[in-house]
Design a protein around this ligand. Structure first.
Ligand SMILES: [Zn+2]
Length: 116
């Protein structure tokens, strides 16, 4: 049996490590419920790099993907409904070069606006 190679796994490991295995919005730290999300979707041309990744819990990953929670290029969090999000800013990685790229965050918002 040949196991399918999951390209996602290296990216996931790196991104979750970068964020101390915490959701960057609610700091939930149950690894089984954490996802390494691409900010700018790979299917839309986004790169597979740490600065295009963010660690989010399952809830916030879906909310971010659907544009219910927006992360602005200054890292502030904007929430459409009260989804239990109290953070004003995301929790950023320790190392600045791993910060999410403001350009990718902008692109994500633009793509969400288009699909609305
Ligand atoms: Zn969360």
């Amino acid at each position: 049996m040949i196991k399918p190679i999951r390209k996602q796994s290296t990216f996931r490991k790196k991104v979750l490590e970068t964020y101390d295995n915490c959701c960057s919005i609610c700091e939930m730290n149950e690894i089984k419920l954490l996802r390494a999300s691409h900010i700018w979707d790979v299917k839309n041309g986004g790169p597979d790099t740490i600065d295009n990744g963010i660690a989010l819990c399952v809830n916030h990953e879906i909310a971010f993907d659907k544009g219910l929670v927006k992360i602005l290029p200054d890292y502030s969090v904007k929430c459409l409904n009260n989804l239990g999000v109290t953070a004003e800013k995301i929790k950023l990685p320790k190392v600045e070069k791993n910060y999410p790229s403001p350009e990718y965050l902008k692109r994500k918002i633009e793509l969400n606006n288009k699909s609305c």
